[in-house]
Design a protein around this ligand. Structure first.
Ligand SMILES: *Cc1c(COP(=O)(O)O)cnc(C)c1O
Length: 378
């Protein structure tokens, strides 16, 4: 192999991304340095409006991270001790961490073996079991739009309504995705976003947002993100937190939003190239019907768990990075297993042993995509 084909490929290339965004990015950030309103500057409000407009939500509240977005939404519902929050076992740790921080108990639900999204039938069974045990009060369902594809929202809404539970969308990985021709952002009472740099709409630091159509909840979220403040800064109405979105991050995200549609299209193009090049050798991601993914993660499944390590080693040798999301389902994590009832969640447990994510950022060239396909093929 010559030197060129050996050049390592990046899993995420923020330097190339800055180059592509060009001077517009610097202009946005320089504007913040000029006006010096580093906390709650005008860019925060502008970004909130742009995000709400993107998906047609009535309101958007910029916050400090996707995790803090989840916390603010759950604090607003007074979720705490004795409450059960239902969420998928196969997701990022933050989804389960927040109910625990608030004193509530996460109840882990298994996922669909093809789409990796929460399994509505298992969710019903888990709610029933918690009600029958009588120890915890079912309060909320967190649907996670895993890897960039939508959770089964229609069914989750129906279950939430029948069971009288609050429905929250953890859309940290999927802002930019569509379901039934409509952008995600209005599938639940509140939708939380993350702007961690590796998310499809990523900033250059931590950041997040909450979307809602409910003006009273939006006011509550605004109060909670600033220490529970009232109409004036020195009126404290409730226990809140310091959960504001940084002005510089808002400026970066405004610059990135201008090219976001093209980025999503490029990610989808790469996903299709992977499908075409790999479907005969590994299991490529099944699509959620009537949806368009934001492609936060493109994850393949190997047939046998024993194949994964050698495959990862071969990729590495060829300069192709890969990652495992997630090596352990949450109910098996040391921090969470004591809060789990011990039941097995076979799909999540199986996926954790066979899943492997390939790079899918918009900076990948066609040549790099071909190299990645060739390396996976062996
Ligand atoms: C990234 C992520 C979060 C947390 O977002 P941060 O901005 O990193 O706090 C929450 N849920 C899911 C599913 C995520 O992928």
């Amino acid at each position: 192999m010559n030197e060129k084909t050996e050049r390592p490929i990046a899993f995420l290339d923020l330097a190339a991304q800055q180059k592509r965004l060009g001077p517009a990015l610097r202009e946005r950030v320089d504007a913040v340095f000029a006006h010096c309103r580093f906390v709650m500057g005008p860019e925060v409000t502008e970004l909130e409006q742009r995000l709400a407009d993107w998906c047609g939500a009535k309101d958007c509240v910029g916050v400090s991270s996707g995790t803090d977005a989840l916390q603010i939404v759950m604090m607003a519902e007074n979720i705490g001790r004795g409450d059960a929050v239902f969420l998928p076992a196969f997701t990022y740790t933050a989804t389960a961490e927040v109910p625990l921080v608030l004193g509530a108990t996460p109840v882990f639900v298994d996922v669909d073996p093809n789409t990796f999204q929460i399994d509505p039938d298992h969710l019903r069974a888990r709610i029933r079991a918690v009600r029958e045990a009588g120890k915890l009060t079912p309060r909320a369902i967190v649907g996670v739009d895993l890897f960039g594809q939508p959770a089964p929202w229609e069914q989750l809404r129906q279950i939430a309504q029948e069971e009288d539970l609050f429905l929250l969308a953890d859309c940290a990985q999927a802002f930019g995705a569509d379901l039934n021709g409509k952008p995600l952002g209005r599938e639940a009472t509140a939708t939380t976003l993350s702007f961690f740099p590796s998310k499809p709409l990523g900033g250059y630091g931590d950041g997040g947002a909450i979307l809602t159509d409910d003006p009273e909840r939006a006011d509550l979220y605004r109060s909670l993100r600033t220490h529970g403040e009232g109409k004036t800064r020195y009126e404290v109405l409730r226990t809140g937190m310091n959960g504001r979105l940084d002005t510089i991050q808002a400026a970066v995200l405004l610059a990135k939003l201008d090219g976001f549609k093209q980025e999503l299209a490029r990610r989808d193009e790469i996903a299709r190239a992977y499908d075409a090049g790999l479907a005969d050798v590994v299991q490529v991601p099944a699509r959620v019907p009537n949806s368009a993914s934001a492609w936060a993660i493109y994850a393949i499944l190997v047939k046998d768990p024993a194949e994964r390590e050698p495959l990862q080693a071969r990729l590495k040798e060829r300069g192709v990075p890969s990652a495992i999301y997630y090596p352990l389902p949450l109910h098996k994590q040391p921090a969470y297993r004591d809060h789990h009832d011990g039941s097995s969640l076979p799909v999540s447990e199986d996926l954790a042993t066979r899943i492997l994510a390939l790079p899918i950022h918009p900076e990948l060239t066609d040549e790099e995509v071909s190299r990645i396909i060739a390396a996976v093929r062996g």
